[in-house]
Design a protein around this ligand. Structure first.
Ligand SMILES: Cc1cc2nc3c(=O)[nH]c(=O)nc-3n(C[C@H](O)[C@H](O)[C@H](O)COP(=O)(O)OP(=O)(O)OC[C@H]3O[C@@H](n4cnc5c(N)ncnc54)[C@H](O)[C@@H]3O)c2cc1C
Length: 472
């Protein structure tokens, strides 16, 4: 998709009105909204080195066992059209024998979400006065250049833009096991290398470091690819994602939680869960009730309570908040019961390769543990700490003072009300907006589609307004 039919060669040489860095779900939703909202000519550049748009890490899996962890009815890319993803699934005939309500309630394979975004973007490219050019390059650096921002690309090229949206998305955490970095490539895989994980399947035991959603993907991938050997999961806490449940909605008023301390909130939520259970309502409904308040709950906590949350509560929170389809949960339980899947609450010390096998070592409840393995998977999830960000562009922005770490050292410092990136002194850049996981320190809930679609629309409308204001 080099550029759409109205993009002339002259337009390609001009400064872009809007450059979107990252063509995962958030970047594509921003491009889509810019194309839909523009009422005047608007030149948009979308930088994405991956071969397909809209995939990022989450939606790049082609495998049907990797499901969305949100029902289809809540995955629209468009805030004003909540049924749009279900419309797409119905039009595509994805689940031909089911009615609309059943499709909306489904946790559908994740690859559908990427093809949905691609289709909606293609449709928007031929409607309206805006033009989009997709540039298949990573942006390595960004500098201020008079009245524009100059982007340096991986191929050595440069492009200038008046407004920039940083949609660089999820950062993968490095494997925290000494020795893993020198293992042979056929012994180790990243959980998000969906094909690489499948290639490890066989008779030999596979170890997975991390026990969250990426672990679930890896276990499913291995089992579907014919793993007959054991699967060992290692994490410090040993907590695994909990299942979604269908049931009546919990009816308590969540607003009073906003005025409480962390301790009071946890007590209140436990009480609501007990009361719900007594009324035959699943605890999951209690969590659903506070889902729309995710950002407000974080922002209304004091800094000390936010630190306590990060230190003591976050693991439990993640397993309750980021739940999985009940069928997937049942599949994992069956593997646990059969003994093929084993979860170790372990502190890992290192891994070495010897005599054709890996030897993983660590401590389990004060005792030394040694596990012979055929291969190891890194499923440690997302890196949210700013010091662990490996993206060259983000490192350059931090190193040159165009950005600074966000609250608690998480992500980047981004103004809450208008999503502007803040520089090393805390001054917002009027022309750089940030979307998604980089805003985690100030928003907490900023990674899933319900938040991303709002952020994308806001950033796109802002750029459209700026362009209109600058027109003679
Ligand atoms: C395994 C998994 C499953 C998930 N399932 C769900 C779900 O079911 N529902 C839900 O709502 N959310 C889910 N999420 C949350 C998910 O993070 C978001 O839905 C969404 O994928 C995030 O999109 P993003 O564009 O912000 O980031 P990403 O998907 O990470 O995309 C960022 C893109 O930016 C590109 N990029 C990065 N740096 C540069 C650069 N310097 N120059 C150019 N391009 C760059 C990358 O190549 C990438 O394509 C899931 C997350 C994961 C990891």
């Amino acid at each position: 998709m080099p550029y759409n039919r109205r993009m002339t060669d002259t337009a390609i040489q001009q400064d872009a009105d809007l450059a979107i860095i990252g063509g995962g779900a958030a970047g594509v939703m921003t491009a889509l909204q810019a194309l839909r909202h523009a009422t005047q000519p608007l030149r948009v550049l979308l930088f994405e080195p991956a071969s397909a748009l809209g995939q990022g890490i989450a939606y790049a899996t082609p495998w049907p066992e990797h499901l969305l962890n949100v029902p289809a009815a809540r995955m629209s890319a468009l805030p004003a059209e909540p049924g749009d993803f279900v419309d797409y699934l119905m039009q595509a005939g994805a689940f031909a024998v089911e009615d609309r309500a059943a499709v909306g309630a489904r946790f559908v394979p994740r690859h559908y979400f990427a093809t949905y975004l691609q289709q909606r973007l293609a449709e928007a490219m031929d409607a309206g006065p805006a033009t989009l050019q997709v540039v298949p390059q990573a942006v390595l650096a960004m500098q201020r250049d008079d009245d524009a921002l100059c982007l340096r690309l991986a191929d050595g090229g440069r492009r200038r833009a008046r407004q920039v949206v940083l949609a660089t998305g999820n950062n993968v955490r490095s494997m925290p096991v000494p020795g893993a970095d020198v293992l042979a490539l056929d012994r180790v895989a990243e959980a998000w290398d969906y094909e690489g994980v499948r290639l490890l399947a066989g008779e030999r035991a596979v170890g997975i470091v991390g026990s969250g959603l990426s672990m679930v993907d890896s276990v499913l991938g291995l089992l579907h690819a014919g793993q007959t050997g054991a699967i060992h999961v290692y994490s410090r806490h040993g907590l695994m994602p909990l299942p979604h449940a269908h049931g009546q909605a919990a009816s308590y008023d969540p607003q009073p939680l906003l005025a409480m301390t962390l301790r009071q909130r946890l007590r209140a939520l436990r009480r609501h869960a007990r009361e719900a259970a007594a009324a035959g309502i699943p605890w999951q409904s209690v969590m659903e009730r506070i889902r729309p308040l995710g950002q407000a709950l974080w922002q209304s906590l004091g800094a000390a309570d936010q630190r306590r949350f990060l230190r003591h509560v976050v693991r439990q929170w993640d397993t309750h908040r980021h739940r999985i389809d009940a069928g997937v949960h049942a599949r994992l339980q069956a593997a646990l019961q059969s003994g093929q899947l084993q979860v170790h609450r372990a502190r890992l010390h290192g891994v070495v390769e010897a005599d054709g096998a890996l030897q993983l070592s660590g401590m389990v409840r004060g005792k030394a543990g040694h596990w012979p393995l055929g291969a190891l998977v890194n499923a440690t999830g997302l890196e949210t700490g700013s010091t662990g960000l490996r993206n060259p562009l983000l490192r350059q922005l931090l190193a040159q003072g165009m950005a600074r770490p966000g609250p608690h050292g998480l992500g980047l410092d981004v103004a809450v009300h208008d999503a502007r990136l803040c520089d090393a002194e805390g001054n917002p850049h009027a022309d750089i907006a940030v979307l998604g996981s980089l805003r985690i320190g100030s928003l907490w809930e900023t990674i899933a589609v319900p938040e991303l679609r709002q952020q994308a629309e806001y950033a796109a409308c802002h750029a459209v307004r700026e362009r209109q204001a600058a027109m003679p």
